[in-house]
Design a protein around this ligand. Structure first.
Ligand code: 5GP
Ligand code: ZN
Length: 306
């Protein structure tokens, strides 16, 4: 179900131009060094998103790694095992280390000797917040959080809008079903305001997450049928093909049941998150307004403070 249709507008910079001017190759698909000009816009987006922060939201910034146990318990392996990255290391065992390095120096590989650690790379910014919130006891008023982290998803691609390593900021709400559903819907209703502030054409569409396998496709259809996920789509690579730059997600009682989070009436808490794909928004801004920030509309520069 499409709620709004983008008016197709000219993009001022091609993907190749954005890539050449704002990123620098690190010889891995979807992993880039970023220029100062690009990071200034990322910082500007950070400030702008800060102005939207729900009143009373508590701020947490998480590292790019989270415990494997947390991601396992969250059900990630059932849903997105193909996207997950695990931190492996040689560790401190002298024999293992010496053998592995010797093998590498003889022209072989060292990595086979590395063992999975207790860490995985964060696939989204919001996972760590649920166990933190669960420790607070029964929820009377909706809990609100502003969280962010570098995220990793194993999706190598040459497209500038599909990175393996990217930044995500999220507003998360935890509470009673009605409040959570209202939270998600109110944020979706603000999408035109956000896109307008940034001078970006947008549409909102129902979406599903890229669940793994056949069974996963069914879960995806359930997600669409139950209107659990919507995305704000913005043209990035061409005026016709739009990219999801924000998502509006309702998880129902999934995290409430997983972490034993209840409302004061004893029912499992519901959760929702509104995710800003910070790198996709930055790339969308450069694609739409050009690679020179000096040439961007004054109003957009004002909103970002760039
Ligand atoms: P979701 O959890 O809804 O898949 O992701 C939240 C947001 O993160 C997306 O709306 C998008 O803006 C951003 N995101 C997801 N995957 C990628 C990716 O491969 N590259 C970049 N740059 N951003 C992504
Ligand atoms: Zn989330």
């Amino acid at each position: 179900m499409t709620i709004a249709t983008p008016d197709i507008a000219r993009l001022a910079a091609s993907p190749d131009e954005v890539l050449a001017r704002l990123f620098t190759s690190m010889n891995v698909d979807g992993v880039y060094g970023r220029t100062g000009a690009y990071e200034d816009v990322v910082d500007g987006l950070g400030r702008y998103i800060g102005t939207l922060r729900p009143k009373g939201a508590e701020v947490f910034r998480f590292p790019p790694v989270v415990s494997r146990a947390l991601i396992e318990k969250s059900g990630y392996l059932k849903s997105f095992p193909h996207l997950l990255g695990c931190v492996c290391a040689l560790g401190a065992d002298p024999k293992r280390v010496t053998d592995a390095v010797a093998r590498y120096e003889a022209g072989g590989t060292w990595a086979d000797s590395a063992e999975p650690s207790e860490l995985v790379l964060a696939p989204a910014a919001c996972y760590p917040i649920y166990p933190i919130a669960a420790k607070r006891g029964a929820i009377s008023d909706t809990l609100l959080f502003d969280v962010a982290s570098d995220c990793f998803r194993r999706e190598p691609s040459k497209d500038i809008d599909r990175l393996q390593s990217f930044r995500m900021r999220e507003f998360v709400a935890i509470g009673a079903p009605v409040e959570i559903s209202v939270f998600r819907d109110q944020w979706m209703a603000r999408a035109p305001e956000i896109a307008g502030d940034l001078g970006l054409n947008h549409s909102i569409d129902a979406a599903s997450d890229p669940f793994f396998g056949r069974e996963g496709q069914m879960v995806g259809r359930f997600q669409v049928a139950n209107a659990l996920k919507f995305e704000m789509l913005i043209p990035v690579r061409s005026p016709e093909s739009a990219t999801a730059c924000m998502s509006f997600n309702c998880h129902k009682d999934h995290f409430g049941l997983t972490w034993g989070m209840n409302t004061v009436d004893g029912e499992p808490a519901h959760t929702a998150c509104v995710a800003f794909g910070v790198d996709r928004l930055a790339v969308a801004l450069f694609a739409r307004h050009g690679v020179e920030v000096g040439g961007w509309p004054k109003a957009v520069r004002g909103k970002l403070g760039v």
